[in-house]
Every structure is written in structure tokens, then in C-alpha cells.
Design a protein around this ligand. Structure first.
Ligand code: FMN
Length: 220
């Protein structure tokens, strides 16, 4: 099946078959797809909580306008953005980058000294740029990164014939409380329940509603 066939096969699943679970091996692949998602500056300023505990799912279901996908999915990916950027987030990235570049150097791919100076400069430029934005702008920017990650996860699911439903219909406050995010500088942003479609979910048989190319694209 081509990727476009998989994207046509994918639909926002309304009813999951709660008896079917995604395997640990597949979950490992899906986590890797999230991990490989690009992000602005490469900072990955989010955390992804993967919920399988039925008691927690039941509580979250009540904070999701009782939409059954949250209760019946196999795994619930909760993309949580940081609320504020801390200096340590950037320092953590710089450390990871130094480690990656050190390995590049060992393989003969770059000049270690020049690279070290560039990495430090990169961190300083980023800190200055982000320091010029207000709290709301930064939160908005970090939340956008979550949307890229969920998108990559959703497409990977489709490629693996795993069903999913992108999800914004939930109470951020409720989720943050249930998942203990409040004191951890995190806030729930967008969700992806995944699993396998129920046979009686009629939505899977419906045509997609999409704009034609002439309304969506403009050639210049
Ligand atoms: C960001 C986002 C949030 C969504 N939130 C919900 C939701 O809370 N509940 C739901 O059933 N569907 C939700 N949807 C599904 C959309 O309604 C659906 O993707 C759209 O109608 C297109 O249909 P398709 O995905 O089946 O092709 C959401 C989709 C996106 C992209």
C-alpha cells in the first residue's frame, strides 16, 4: 500500500475495539517516530505521556466530554508542552548536541574546536531570540511543536495500519490535574488515542471531505 493509500485508509476513529491492543514492539516504533520529529531549534520542548492504565483512561474520559475513544483506545498519547522555557531546557539540548557532534568528530566529519564554539553561539542566539518573546508567544510556539509531533505519529500509525484520532476535545485543566502536570511546568496540549477500529464504526466507510486542489493551492 502506498503512503497515500494509507492516508486514505486513515480516518479520525470514533470507536475503538477496546479488546485489541497495540503491541509493545509497535509502541517502540511509534515512540521512535515521535522522537525523530523535527522541532524549532531542535529543542523538543514537550513531553509525551503514554497512558494505558484503564483507571486513568476512565478519569480522562470524563474530562474529554465523554468521547469514547479516550476510554476504549489501546494507548493514549498526551502531548504536553512546557508552560515556560527554563535555561536548563536549552542547556540540556546543548549537551545533547555536543555529544552528537563529538561522535561526528570521531567519525571524521567535523572540526571539534570550531564545532564547540558554534554550538555555544547557537545556544546564546536561541536564548536571546526566545528571551525577546512574551510568555504567551512562547507557550503558543511550544504548543505548535506538539502539533508537528502528533502529525508525525499519526502518519506513522497510518503507515502501520494502526488507527488513531487527533484530539482537542478535552479539558486542559482536568488533564493537567489528573496527570499531575500542574507542578511540573507542563500542560496538556493535544492527544492521540490509538488502537484498532471497531467494525461497527460507520465513520470508516464514509468518504473524506476535503477541499479540491484549486481551493487549497495557489501556484505562483
Ligand atoms: C487538532 C484536531 C483536533 C480534533 N479533535 C477531535 C476530537 O476532540 N474528537 C473527535 O472525535 N475528532 C477530533 N478531530 C477529528 C477531525 O474532526 C477529523 O480529523 C476531520 O473531520 C477530518 O476527518 P478524517 O480525519 O476522518 O479524515 C480532531 C482533529 C484534529 C486535526
Amino acid at each position: 500500500m502506498s503512503l497515500i493509500d494509507s492516508l486514505n485508509w486513515r480516518y479520525a476513529t470514533k470507536k475503538f475495539d477496546s479488546t485489541k491492543k497495540v503491541s509493545d514492539a509497535d509502541i517502540a516504533i511509534l515512540k521512535e517516530a515521535v522522537r525523530l520529529t523535527p522541532s524549532s531549534y531542535g529543542f523538543q520542548l514537550y513531553k509525551v505521556i503514554v497512558v494505558t492504565d484503564q483507571k486513568i483512561k476512565d478519569k480522562l474520559y470524563k474530562k474529554s466530554y465523554y468521547q469514547s475513544q479516550i476510554r476504549d483506545c489501546s494507548h493514549l498519547f498526551v502531548f504536553c508542552s512546557y508552560k515556560e522555557i527554563e535555561g536548563k531546557h536549552i542547556d540540556e539540548f546543548i549537551n545533547l548536541m555536543e555529544e552528537a557532534r563529538k561522535q561526528d568528530d570521531e567519525r571524521g566529519y567535523l572540526d571539534k574546536l570550531k564545532s564547540k564554539a558554534k554550538i555555544v553561539a547557537y545556544g546564546t542566539i536561541a536564548k536571546t531570540d526566545l528571551g525577546n518573546r512574551n510568555k504567551d508567544e512562547l507557550l503558543n510556539w511550544m504548543q505548535k511543536q506538539c502539533y508537528l509531533a502528533i502529525s508525525q505519529l499519526m502518519v506513522t500509525c497510518a503507515d502501520m495500519k494502526i488507527d488513531s484520532c487527533p484530539f482537542e476535545g478535552f479539558s486542559t485543566e482536568g488533564y493537567d490535574r489528573i496527570l499531575d502536570l500542574e507542578d511540573r511546568n507542563l500542560t496538556s496540549t493535544v492527544l492521540l488515542p490509538i488502537g484498532y477500529r471497531a467494525e461497527n464504526d460507520r465513520h470508516q466507510y464514509r468518504n473524506k471531505v476535503r477541499k479540491p486542489n484549486n481551493l487549497l493551492f495557489e501556484d505562483k
